[in-house]
Structure formats: structure tokens, C-alpha cells
Ligand binder design. Sequence first.
Ligand code: MRU
Length: 337
Amino acid sequence: MQTLHWDGSVIKAIDQCLLPHQEVVLSLDDVDGLIAAIQRLAIRGAPALGVAGALGVALSARLRTGDGRLDEEAVRADAERIASARPTAVNLRWGVTRALSVLSEGAAAVEAEALRVLEEDERVNHDASSRAADLIIDLCPSRPLRVLTHCNAGGLATAGKWGTALGAVFELAARGAVESVVVDETRPLLQGARLTAWELGRAGIPYRLCVDSAAASLMKRGLVDCVIVGADRIAANGDVANKIGTYSLAVNAAHHRIPMIVVAPESTVDEELADGDLIVIEERAADEVRSAHGVLVAPADAEAFNPAFDVTPAELLTAVVTERRVMARAALPARVR
Ligand code: MRU
């Protein structure tokens, strides 16, 4: 199953809000529908947002062409609305910008560029995750590994079947190096419980689902060899924004001397931001915290604060791995540098 694709006139996307119990494919035939799908997290995960951004501009260019004339101004306005639909993952604006770069050549050129973004996605993420697997094999000599991951950085967070952090787990498993995966449930929206568990189950990789607050204790008890997560934005100094809870994992992993690896495509690197303090953190609705999967669990009038991401300082990370490089805190074995 492909997370996102283009059928020539509409964007097809698995509705991730309904997984794991219903597998429904959305047909998005206008920009407002795409923006709504992004904002309610039917389409989510940084690389998938990049592809959705590019396809959204292709959709707009198609709809804004009449009598052989493309209304560039209207497409640019749509593009800005798409790029602003969620603020933290830089991939969304990156994908929009890629597609817009050929706007003056017409709707067919925009569509072709968006399809290139889509096609590159799987290859790029495969390269990053295989490089990360090499690194982890070198860093963690005792195997098979007990890997901990947070949120969902699998095929569902990209356009294709191959993820970033979870892609590294798939790669390690293919090399016989995974004993089991600790899956953080990832409150409040349960991307770990709903999506990562679903992907690992389909891949036949053993996993155990844990509440987020179990991670430190599991590390202390020697039940975690390595933490692997994705990223939404990586600042020029290597600070990483990712799903809320990642920073706590990094603090705990550093305390227990467990490697903490980030896997992401280069399109997640934002060279324009000097450090992570400049990253805009999306704040989502208080009801997501007051409720658990749609059921109110707190007083209806409880005050709640819901930052969707946090920033982990570079010095807490063992390495950030992309399809092109390994950015490391300390000297790593020569083979993986
Ligand atoms: O709010 P989400 O579900 O879009 O958050 C997703 C994450 O934080 C992922 O870890 C990140 O986008 C990397 S996905 C390869």
C-alpha cells in the first residue's frame, strides 16, 4: 500500500486518522481538502508532508489553468496556504517550493516536478535508513538489538513503503539484527500505538507497545540498546525538532549511555535556522490532551497545553543520519563517518 500518490488529477492518501482499524483511501481533489487532511493529520510525517506539498501545488496548477492560461498568482496564493498548514516540518514548505520552482513553465511542468519529489522519496529514505543501519551495527556490537522508537517514522510518514527511523529498523531486521522494538504509544495522538505498531505487525517484526513514561525505566533495566527517531526540522547546528517526547528520550538515553540516532532526508535540514530555538513549534488543540482517542478523560474545562513537537539539542544526539551524511556528536568508527 502506498501512503500517497497522484492518479493524474487527484491526490490519493491513506487516511491515517482511521488506522489501524480502517484502511480508507482519501481522494483529494481540491486545495482546501488537502489542507484539511494535513491539519487533522490524515496526512502526516515530515517526508509525506513534503510530497503532499508538491502534489498540492500540482493540483492547484491544474485547477487554476483555464483556456490554456495558468493563473500563477492564484497558484502562489494556494501554495502559501498549503505551506503554512503546519509550521514545524520544514519538508512541507520544501515540497511546495520545489513544485513552484517551475510554475512559469505551466501546469504539466509543475506536475512533473511534483512527481519527481514523489519518486525520489522512497530512494532517499531507503539510502538514509540503510546508512543508519550501518552506523547502528557498528555502535551496538551486542545483537540482536532491542530498539526503541517514538511516534511514527515509517512508510506512513513518507510517500512510499519505506520510512526513515522505522526504515532503519526494517533494514536492521532484514540483516537479522533486531530482537524486538519498544514502541512508545506517543500521546496525545498515538502515532506509535496506531501506526508504528501496525507497520511493524505487517512487517512481522516483534514489538512491545509501552506508555511513553516507561522509556526511562526500560533503559535503566537494560532493555533498550538503541533509540531511533525521525525529525521534522534539523537546524544548521544539528538541533532536532521531532514529536513531543523526543527530548525526554534523548536526556534519558544520554544518562544511560544509549545511542540516540535521528534518521531523516536532507529535505528536513533547514540551513537557514542557526539553532533549534528558532524552530516554530506547532501548538494543537487542548482537546487532544483532554481526550484519549476521542473520549474525554479530563474535566471538560481542564486547561491543557499541547505542543506537538520539542527540540533536542545536538549535543544529546549520537548522530543525525541523512541519505548523504552522518552528522555526529563524537568521533564515530571510520567506516561510518
Ligand atoms: O505530528 P506528526 O505525526 O506529523 O509528527 C511526526 C513526527 O514527529 C515524525 O517523527 C517526523 O515527522 C519524522 S517522520 C519520518
